[in-house]
Ligand binder design. Structure first.
Ligand SMILES: [Zn+2]
Length: 414
């Protein structure tokens, strides 16, 4: 395969430096050969040219928290949906995610190895996936589908081959559960360290799992080539316990207090804010038959959540972009960047959170997250300048070109 040169665009390389007004990006096969000033490289004339038409060239964007296999629906609808239907729906969710310029995601539970393999083998178009398979959860915890009727109705899915049930209590049980997730193909371990908004019988501030259980989860993951643990953690106590146990990223982080923020800085823990999640729960409340308890809890936490993230940002906690897509429809991921600027981040900082920092959060920074020689050819061209109008990214039509692994996945540049 020959070289492709992207010309006539402003280059934002994902590392946070000044944009290059007359940028040039060259890739061959699935690797970047050059990304920088147009003057810094002499084209030999054999390159295939892609004209960015004065838009902005970015690295493929990364969402560190999605649920690619779901979009929230009410219980009745879930009961009426045939088991295999969700796999066909997921094909569409992945397409929408790519179309939004997201070329890598960390799946925060719900996607199994077959989905990832289908994307890798080219059977389905989709972002590069980092799998957690299913989340570990205590009996009665955030991931337990037990309802007040006594019936169990899983929010995402019941266990099936390749998708172990996530419930476990006690040190030895969680150790085994981590091993089951790894056996099923987990590349990151997900744990619910507190209650949440969508679970009917708990609350975001409830702490779930003991410190000892969390430590064993972290230890068992680390034994396998340094696999990391991400924790759904909303209440301050559960967050601190998770950070103390050595968890790598705090998801949501609704009630961060000063001590939690200090601990996160000390340990280098990432925060994945998912500001879009409670916003979406409220927006979608009527249309998607959200339980009243979820709507009430979202109202309760939405302002506190923003204040927490603002505080963490000011203190210098590492922030990686994540949306909880699946709670809201897929493809709207980049709305999160506008919300990040509302808590104080600059547009450039919001972009870096979606490129380099998100790549670091996934442990993939040597491959993706920036436009640099040798990295994978994951490239996005957007219309206009997102530094001047970060909200424009929310519109999928702004995303003009998406290249993943050297393949053009979307092209509106004609
Ligand atoms: Zn989630």
């Amino acid at each position: 395969m020959g070289k492709t040169a992207i010309v006539n665009g402003r280059l934002i390389n994902g590392l946070g430096g000044e944009p290059v007004e007359n940028g040039l990006v060259i890739y061959e096969g699935n690797r970047l050969i050059y990304a920088g000033e147009a003057e810094g490289y002499t084209l030999d004339g054999a390159e295939e040219l892609l004209d960015a038409q004065g838009g902005t060239i970015l690295p493929g964007l990364i969402d560190a928290h999605v649920h690619i296999m779901m979009e929230y629906t009410g219980v009745q609808k879930r009961l009426e949906t045939p088991f295999s239907y969700k796999f066909y729906q997921a094909a569409q969710y992945m397409r929408k995610t790519l179309d939004a310029g997201i070329t890598s995601v960390r799946d925060a539970l719900g996607a199994d190895l077959g989905v990832k393999q289908a994307v890798e083998d080219g059977l389905l178009a989709g972002p590069r996936l980092q799998l957690s398979i299913n989340a570990l959860t205590i009996t009665g915890g955030h991931g337990d589908g037990y309802t007040t009727s006594g019936q169990t109705v899983e929010l995402l899915q019941a266990d099936y081959p390749g998708m172990p049930d996530g419930r476990a209590d006690g040190v030895e049980a969680v150790r085994k559960k981590v091993r089951e997730m790894l056996r099923a193909g987990a590349e990151v371990i997900k744990v619910h360290a507190t209650g949440g908004v969508l679970s009917p019988t708990d609350h975001p501030e409830f702490t779930q799992f003991s410190l000892d259980e969390l430590k064993v989860i972290v230890e068992e993951a680390r034994f396998r080539k340094g696999i990391r643990v991400m924790a759904h953690a909303q209440g301050a106590e559960g967050i601190k316990q998770a950070v103390r146990a050595g968890i790598h990223s705090i998801e949501h982080g609704i009630f961060l207090d000063d001590e939690a923020i200090e601990l996160m800085k000390e340990k280098g823990t990432f925060l994945v804010p998912t500001l879009l999640a409670p916003v979406s729960v409220l927006e979608l409340a009527a249309a998607s038959d959200m339980p009243a308890s979820a709507v009430e809890k979202s109202k309760e936490v939405i302002e506190i959540h923003k204040e927490s993230v603002a505080k963490a940002y000011k203190a210098g906690v590492k922030i990686a972009m994540g949306t909880d897509a699946g709670v809201m429809p897929h493809g709207l991921n980049l709305r999160e960047l506008e919300l990040m600027t509302e808590v104080g981040m600059t547009p450039m900082e919001a972009i870096v959170a979606t490129t380099r920092t998100a790549a670091e959060c996934l442990g993939w920074e040597n491959q993706v997250g920036s436009l640099e020689k040798g990295k994978l050819a994951d490239i996005v061209i957007v219309r206009g300048n997102p530094l001047e109008d970060i909200a424009s990214l929310s519109d999928t039509d702004t995303i003009q070109l998406v290249v993943k692994d050297g393949h053009i996945e979307k092209n509106l540049l004609d």
